[in-house]
Design a protein around this ligand. Structure first.
Ligand code: AMP
Length: 267
């Protein structure tokens, strides 16, 4: 059965020694996007839909941590087990560990499919480091999509979310239930509630978002890259809204995009 992503993303999930198995035949675009928004706003679902439609690769830092978590303790590095401890409690993983993970996967940013970054960057320090890395690799961002949703809806989305242990597809107990309770529609895998989606972790994550990640909205607005999208409604509606917002962006060339990226300065 097809996965909700167009390739297995193994180079991203497992690191550069692994090779992705399948590239899409009809590469329509090679977008380079960042998705921003509070936890639970639906970035992961939208990243998967956008990846499916555009051919760009869905690069989620949270998925890398969850993939590492599914391996035995002996297979985890000290940095990774430290990261997983932060993640389990809903806190942000320290920038240095996240940055090491990104540096190791710089080949994924160079992928001819393009990329959709989901969950990274999450702090101004990460955004500044990414800006320098993209510049040094000669890569330019196309847009930074910011998903907007009222706080009450965010909490309900997080507490009802269930994730497939196998293919990472996301469901919701009320809004997007699977056909059979506890079973993934795409691959038959077991659905589970992420530890960081439990009530006690949700407050910690929302506080971390307000303190550390929300300032990125202004950072990317100043760079002329911010594309706001209202995240209410069904996933397909939000996806269509995202495409419309991206298409309405002024069509700028590579030189202008590079200039816009270079103009990004930390406040
Ligand atoms: P996500 O799936 O993007 O919600 O990420 C799940 C968890 O992984 C977060 O709550 C953090 O603990 C950790 N995490 C993922 N990406 C980052 C990042 N860029 N910086 C710090 N922590 C992260």
């Amino acid at each position: 059965m097809d996965l909700p992503h167009q390739n297995d993303r193994v180079a991203w999930l497992r690191g550069p020694s692994a090779k992705c198995s399948k590239l899409p035949a009809n590469l329509k675009s090679h977008w380079r996007l960042i998705l921003l928004g509070a936890p639970g706003v639906g970035k992961g679902t939208q990243a998967a839909l956008l990846a499916l439609r555009s051919g760009a690769c869905h690069l989620s830092t949270g998925d890398v941590f969850r993939e590492a978590k599914s391996r035995s303790i002996r297979e985890q590095t000290l940095a990774m087990s430290t990261a997983l401890n932060f993640m389990t409690h809903g806190s942000l993983v320290p920038d240095a560990i996240v940055w090491q993970l990104i540096r190791e996967r710089v080949g994924c940013l160079q992928c001819p499919r393009g990329f959709i970054l989901d969950g990274f960057p999450r702090t101004l320090a990460q955004a500044g480091a990414l800006k320098l890395l993209l510049e040094s690799e000669g890569l330019a961002l196309d847009a930074v999509v910011n998903y907007e949703l009222p706080a009450a809806e965010i909490v309900s989305r997080l507490s009802g979310r269930r994730t497939c242990a196998n293919c990472k597809a996301v469901f919701h107990l009320a809004a997007q239930p699977p056909h059979f309770a506890g079973v993934c529609d795409h691959c038959g895998g077991v659905l589970y509630q992420r530890e960081d989606d439990r009530q006690e972790s949700i407050a910690v994550r929302l506080e971390a978002y307000e303190r550390s990640t929300a300032p990125l909205i202004e950072f990317y607005r100043r760079a002329g890259l911010l594309t706001p999208v209202i995240a209410t409604g069904e996933p397909e509606q939000i996806c269509a809204r995202t495409f419309a917002a991206l298409e309405m962006r002024p069509q700028i060339g590579v030189a202008e995009r590079q200039a816009a990226n270079t103009a990004m300065v930390a406040p």
